[in-house]
Design a protein around this ligand. Structure first.
Ligand code: ADP
Ligand code: MG
Length: 692
């Protein structure tokens, strides 16, 4: 529980300063100016009062059990100050000062030192090297932070590793007249973590929207768990930066934050149902809409505007994102024909004309709220001199209060002139945006969230017919022999243990054994050179397909023997399976997370087309199906131009079995099933590689 941190009744500032341009002064001033409802204890050995409040020489002179202590003192003084706080039963400490793990080993040692003391006394630490927290609730009004944006009470709660980004975000809300509820930026995050704060927001009834900014996840497993939990309760919006290599480097070298593999973070967000953004502006604008608007039931947008062009821009953005602008019902149309100007357009978008009045807007709003074919309403509103814009704003605000369907408004005005109109819309909690495409993107985010809520999460299927012990034993033996790459025999043994269908195979040491094997499985066969030193077999001429008789087997083995002068050469004899669609399934270990699992078009296409899709283990049945349908070549799986499609059910099962295998055998570092030959009825792995 972080209640005493986010809802403090008392705040002390160690390092309180009389100097204006000092953080130790600013924190106290912020608390006063924001109207903190609790008690403030400035601590300074020399001053009698700071900002008009009685100062104390030491934390030891203050009453016991203070909720939050700010530390604005040099790093080397922090451990002793924490010790003193411990003796006084302080509950939380926010360390604004820097000079800890973010600067290197010396600072790291100090951080470790104070953390041990904090643990001893059960003190929770925010930071160090951080801004702090803000609670805008009128009952508390805690501005335990040194920045300057003073938020109105609201329903969006923000947490960010980077104080700068957090400030930019709530500055953005402030500029739109949208309030925030909680704000936290935890810098080095030595104790209180971002997932812990997100969970706290998730449990807070007044927080309707959770917003976070991250640069890679420190503890992806916990993050995944918390994200799932919170995203199931309320809109959880996230932005991750550091997408370029340079960006990741910049992220890694500040705040001690370490950027992990981008893909895994994106997949964690996706699997958990987090709404992600690549642009901070889009994040801010969407969050503002979520704060006041209901979630749409579907993707059908009704557009009302008093100017044509901007609505065209909006339409393009909406449609490109998969939303629709359907025709209005006949009933709606005839009603509007009656109420609007004769020249007005009653198709969707409805153009009430620049001279359109409040009554006209109201008629459209009411009609679209009633029309079952419309899920959300986009308003274009330019403010001409010749209409009463305030009365239009009032009608929009009035309808918005119903919270029946979401509304976003592209308000095109001069905010310095039309102050009252702007105010009516802001107070009416109508999310307003100056640009049509920006307003449209906020609407797209609402619909995107609807799709997240409706998505099929599916189940992780556990196959009971697998032989986990056998597979584990194969791996263990390979490990004790210090093998990094498994032999074909081991690989196929593992696949068979997990019920993954493989083309019949046998390993032969001599031409005679190869002939026997070929006769056993039946011609035609494929012969592959099998040696630890031959990795890409076909590149080196180590794959001979469609061998139809004993003589050819003999010839092929002799040729390979001459070509590959390696002592461990064996012949991998395999049933030839022509005419299938070559697909690939693969995996790559993600430290601490499981495996990235890949599916796509296989064989020679992999390198050229790179038509592959990733997910994270464990993969559910719906996720496996989605992998198949999300590759560009998906139509090939269904069959095109008279060609037969492949059995997708079997491929989905192979992905799921692979997911289980990887889950059971985490030491697998990389794995490639390439190709899997897929046919109308079945599918077989014909080449596989596993590395540890
Ligand atoms: P590598 O990937 O090491 O070059 P593969 O075993 O994947 O070797 O073989 C290369 C190609 O040969 C495959 O992509 C496939 O087109 C073909 N091939 C291999 N084995 C078979 C088989 N059993 N049946 C049909 N074609 C095969
Ligand atoms: Mg291959």
């Amino acid at each position: 529980m972080l209640d005493s941190l986010f809802k403090p009744k008392s705040v002390a500032v160690i390092g309180a300063s009389t100097r204006e341009l000092h953080i130790g002064n600013r924190v106290i001033k912020n608390l006063i100016e924001f109207g903190f409802k609790g008690t403030i204890y400035p601590i300074n050995p020399k001053a009698d009062e700071i900002c008009g409040i009685k100062a104390f020489k030491s934390i030891l002179d203050c009453p016991d059990g203070i909720d939050v202590v700010h530390m604005v003192i040099p790093a080397k003084l922090v451990p002793q100050a924490v010790e003193d706080c411990g003796k006084k039963g302080v509950k939380n400490i926010i360390i604004n000062s820097g000079g800890f793990s973010e600067i290197g080993p010396e600072g790291e040692a100090i951080e470790k030192d104070f953390l041990e003391r904090a643990e001893k006394y059960n003190i929770r630490m925010l930071g160090p090297n951080c801004q702090g927290i803000i609670n805008s609730d009128p009952k508390c009004r805690a501005y335990c932070n040194f920045t300057y944006t003073k938020p109105d009470p609201g329903h969006i709660s923000i947490v960010s590793l980077s104080g700068g980004v957090a400030e930019v975000i709530h500055q953005g809300f402030s500029a739109m007249g949208v309030g925030t509820r909680f704000y936290a930026s935890n810098g080095n995050a030595c104790d209180v973590t971002i997932p812990e704060i997100i969970r706290y927001y998730g449990n807070d009834d007044e927080t309707k929207v959770v917003v976070t900014y991250v640069e890679g996840l420190r503890d992806p497993i916990t993050f995944r768990e918390v994200a799932r939990e919170v995203a199931a309760k309320k809109p959880f919006l996230a932005m991750k930066a550091g997408r370029t290599e340079e960006g990741a480097k910049a992220a890694a070298s500040h705040t001690g934050g370490l950027a992990k593999e981008d893909l895994a973070t994106d997949l964690i967000f996706k699997k958990a149902g987090v709404l992600t953004f690549n642009d901070e502006g889009d994040l801010i604008n969407a969050a503002a809409a979520f704060a006041s608007q209901p979630v749409p039931k579907g993707n059908r947008v009704g557009i009302i505007t008093n100017t044509g062009g901007p609505a065209v821009i909006a339409t393009d953005v909406l449609v490109a994102a998969g939303l629709t602008i359907p025709p209005l019902s006949e009933k709606t149309k005839s009603m509007l024909q009656e109420k609007l100007f004769k020249e007005a357009s009653v198709n969707n978008p409805v153009d009430v004309l620049a001279t359109g009045t409040a009554e006209h807007y109201r008629a459209c709003l009411d009609a679209m709220m009633e029309d079952d074919g419309i899920d959300c309403i986009y308003i274009g509103f330019v403010t001409p001199f010749f209409v009463n814009t305030e009365s239009i704003a009032k009608e929009i605000a009035e309808v918005n209060k119903q919270k029946k369907k979401p509304i976003v408004c592209n308000l095109m005005t001069d905010k310095r002139e039309w102050t009252e109109t702007v105010k009516i819309l802001q107070e009416g909690q109508v999310p307003c945006y100056s640009l049509p495409s920006v307003a449209a993107r906020a609407m797209c985010a609402l619909v995107r969230y609807r799709n997240i809520l409706d998505r099929e999460v599916g189940k992780v299927k556990i196959f009971e017919d697998v032989n986990k012990e056998l597979a584990a034993e194969i791996i263990e033996n390979a490990r004790s022999a210090e093998k990094k790459i498994l032999t074909a025999e081991d690989v196929y043994g593992i696949l068979e243990a997990y019920g993954i269908p493989v083309s019949p195979w046998k390993i032969a040491a001599t031409a005679e054994e190869a002939i026997e094997a070929a006769k056993d499985m039946g011609f035609p066969v494929v012969i592959k050179a099998d040696s630890e030193r031959i990795v890409h077999k076909s590149d080196m001429g180590g794959v001979a397909v469609n061998i139809t008789d004993e003589d050819s087997v003999k010839k092929t083995t002799e040729e390979m023997k001459n070509k590959f002068n390696v002592p461990d050469l064996k012949f991998f004899v395999q049933k030839f399976l022509p005419g299938g669609l070559e697909v690939i399934a693969g995996a790559k270990a993600e430290e601490g997370l499981g495996h990235l699992l890949m599916f796509g078009l296989g064989g020679i296409y992999v390198e050229i087309m790179k038509d592959v899709i990733f997910d994270l283990t464990p993969v559910t049945d719906s996720e496996a199906e989605e992998m198949l349908s999300s590759i560009k070549g998906a139509p090939l799986l269904d069959g095109v131009r008279g060609q037969k499609g492949v059995n997708k059910k079997i491929l989905v099962e192979i992905i799921q079995r692979l997911s289980q295998l990887l889950n059971d055998l985490p030491v697998i570092k990389e794995m490639d099933l390439n190709p899997i030959m897929a046919f109308e009825k079945d599918a077989f792995v014909v080449d596989a590689r596993i590395s540890l």
